[in-house]
Design a protein around this ligand. Structure first.
Ligand SMILES: NC(=O)c1ccc[n+]([C@@H]2O[C@H](COP(=O)([O-])OP(=O)(O)OC[C@H]3O[C@@H](n4cnc5c(N)ncnc54)[C@H](OP(=O)(O)O)[C@@H]3O)[C@@H](O)[C@H]2O)c1
Length: 321
């Protein structure tokens, strides 16, 4: 059984967000390498993230997956090639080097340390959100222009997409019902973001209801997705499970998603982690060395999901409310 690999999430690679500049980012590269993290996730809409990744020469050491805005900027799919070229120039203030040159065809990309990363390409190019007003044929045509120009290696467009990135954690498991089985049938890997629900699962009820906790400010997307009567009651039970079984609640959530959830290494699935700084990141990476949770704890987690899943407001993702 192959392991689910971990991806470092680049949303907080931004001034004042935890990884402020290229120097701060470069400091964590050896740590990421030590813990087997070889891939970074970013997006056009993440402020200076792509630019800082470029300045830190991240593309010479990591596979970079980036995301075009799509429905976050309605109509922008018509300019997706221009947007992707902007991303590439932001990230390639220095030349992108081959990650590890082997005997393989340079057009082929490989995962992990053995992966060959072609110059000037990104690894995965995502569309951030559906643009329901934009004709799908035109979107596919635009994406195919990028593909033909060889601007990314894992593909969207006229051939089958290879990766779906989605929200997935202990409180957001609807993906197991319909989406993941469908992805399996189509041979598409699932990359799970917000594995501790952007920190909801690391907080106490009073921290969340205090409304000053990072992303959980009243009215924010994450507030609207997670903060309701059922989830707040379940968050209290979640804290109790962690305390009974002597885990920190963040550790419990990360380890469940990596080891005990529907993610499977053999399908190429990944877990994308976030962090507000180096000590927190190191702590998370150390927890992930500890392996799967025991079956008694997993049963409690399943029972907790049973209390959430049939609620109308069970969390799915930001695009679907
Ligand atoms: N495609 C999309 O639409 C999309 C959407 C969301 C995310 N993403 C990607 O996925 C990445 C990860 O998402 P995420 O940030 O939501 O993931 P996450 O891992 O669920 O949440 C990260 C947050 O949890 C808290 N945390 C992290 N480590 C902790 C620890 N050891 N102990 C206690 N708390 C801890 C921190 O919040 P505090 O600062 O509050 O401590 C941190 O900012 C993003 O950077 C981005 O690349 C993509």
């Amino acid at each position: 059984m192959s392991k689910v690999q971990v991806i470092f999430g680049g949303a907080r690679v931004n001034p004042g967000r935890g990884f402020d500049n290229a120097g701060a980012l470069q400091e964590i590269f050896p740590t990421l390498g030590f813990y087997g993290v070889h891939q970074i996730d970013t997006a056009r809409v993440y402020g200076q993230s792509e630019r800082i990744l470029g300045k830190a020469k991240a593309p010479s050491r990591f596979l970079i997956d980036t995301t075009m805005p799509g429905g976050l900027q309605p109509g922008s799919l018509a300019r997706v090639r221009e947007q992707l070229e902007t991303s590439l120039s932001e990230m390639q203030t220095v030349k992108v080097n081959t990650m590890l040159c082997g005997h393989v065809n340079p057009n082929i990309t490989w995962m992990g340390a053995n992966r060959v990363h072609k110059q000037h390409q990104v690894n995965v190019c995502y569309i951030h959100a559906p643009d329901r007003g934009f004709p799908v044929e035109n979107a596919l045509w635009s994406l195919n222009q990028c593909r033909k120009a060889d601007l990314f290696s894992r593909i969207n467009g006229y051939v089958m997409p290879e990766v779906y990135e989605g929200n997935y954690n202990v409180f957001a498991r609807q993906q197991e019902e319909e989406l993941i089985p469908r992805l399996r049938r189509l041979g598409i890997s699932f990359y799970a973001y917000s594995p501790i629900s952007g920190s909801f699962l690391a907080k106490s009820v009073s921290q969340i209801l205090g409304g000053k906790s990072g992303r959980f400010v009243p009215g924010s997307d994450y507030w609207n997705m997670y903060v309701n009567h059922t989830n707040v009651a379940a968050l209290k039970d979640w804290g109790d499970i962690a305390a009974e079984d002597l885990y920190s609640s963040a550790e419990l959530a990360y380890r469940w998603t990596l080891f005990n959830s529907a993610l499977k290494g053999e399908h190429g699935d990944r877990m994308i982690i976030g962090s507000h700084g180096v000590p927190q990141l190191v702590q998370t990476l150390q927890w992930l060395q500890r392996g799967p949770l025991d079956s008694v704890t997993c049963e409690k987690i399943d029972r907790l999901w049973d209390t959430i899943k049939n609620e109308v407001q069970a969390p799915l993702d930001v695009a679907h409310g």
